[in-house]
Design a protein around this ligand. Structure first.
Ligand code: ADE
Length: 237
């Protein structure tokens, strides 16, 4: 997968791209991530990228020219998903991450402080995403969130550190409780069933705990009417 990130603050990405899973994914060449400062594409004397809003009002608006020029400088941009990060976008979730992981090329567009000229939305961008109902100072943190959750799904990225299949949300449920050694910590014991070696019983216990946790914390994720007989029996227990 190729990812291009258009931002006025490329240095914000150093930590995230240079550490842990995202670093390794790049080293393994599962993903190629490229930072583009779209200020470099401004043709004005002072490298201006924003201007006052037509009609008046507070704040500045990002001009279309540098952003169009930056995107058009990217090879094969016509085939890419061009994603604008904005609180006005569709709320990002695991289903969208699964959809984006199938793409060969993503371009992220990060605004900062200000809004985008509407023509960028209308004639350049293919998707608008929000990471939640709150306002950040810019799209950079939101891009990092979306990119991280997409890249970890790419084949060969996680190795043994995590299983994508049992992640919260990928099963439609929150993840079940996990334990590791010691068997007794202070006076708190690991549930007996997990030490039993009885794989089928352990699977059942985990599925039941997942349901219990999801019903308690995120009942909105469960549609009781869509459950099969086995799961319906599980949550009645
Ligand atoms: N830019 C500012 N706030 C944002 C949010 N909540 N999601 C995505 N991009 C943003």
């Amino acid at each position: 997968m190729k990812i291009d990130i258009l931002t006025l603050f490329p240095e914000m990405f150093q930590g995230v791209l240079g550490s842990s899973i995202l670093k390794r994914a790049q080293e393994k060449e599962v993903v190629k991530i490229n930072l583009i400062n779209f200020r470099d594409f401004s043709t004005s004397k002072h490298k201006t990228v924003d201007d006052y809003p037509y009609g008046g009002g507070n704040g500045m608006v990002l001009k279309p020219e540098p952003i169009f020029a930056a995107v058009e400088s990217i090879t094969d941009h016509e085939k890419a998903r061009i994603i604008m990060l904005t609180p006005q976008g569709k709320t990002f979730n695991q289903r969208i991450a699964e959809e984006l992981k199938e793409e060969k090329h993503l371009i992220f567009l990060c605004g900062h402080y200000e809004g985008f000229d509407e023509r960028i939305r209308e004639h350049l961008v293919t998707d608008e995403l929000s990471i939640g109902d709150y306002v950040l100072t810019g799209g950079e943190l939101a891009t990092m969130v979306v990119m991280d959750s997409v890249v970890r799904l790419l084949p060969g990225v996680l190795g043994n550190e995590g299983s994508v299949e049992t992640d919260s949300f990928s099963t439609g449920l929150l993840e079940y409780p996990q334990y590791t050694r010691p068997e007794v910590f202070r006076e708190w014991k690991v549930p007996e069933i997990l030490l039993s070696g009885h794989h089928q019983k352990i699977e059942e216990w985990r599925r039941k705990e997942s349901f219990k946790r999801t019903l308690e914390r995120r009942p909105d994720l469960i549609d009781i009417n869509k459950l099969d007989e086995k799961d319906r029996a599980l949550i009645k227990e």
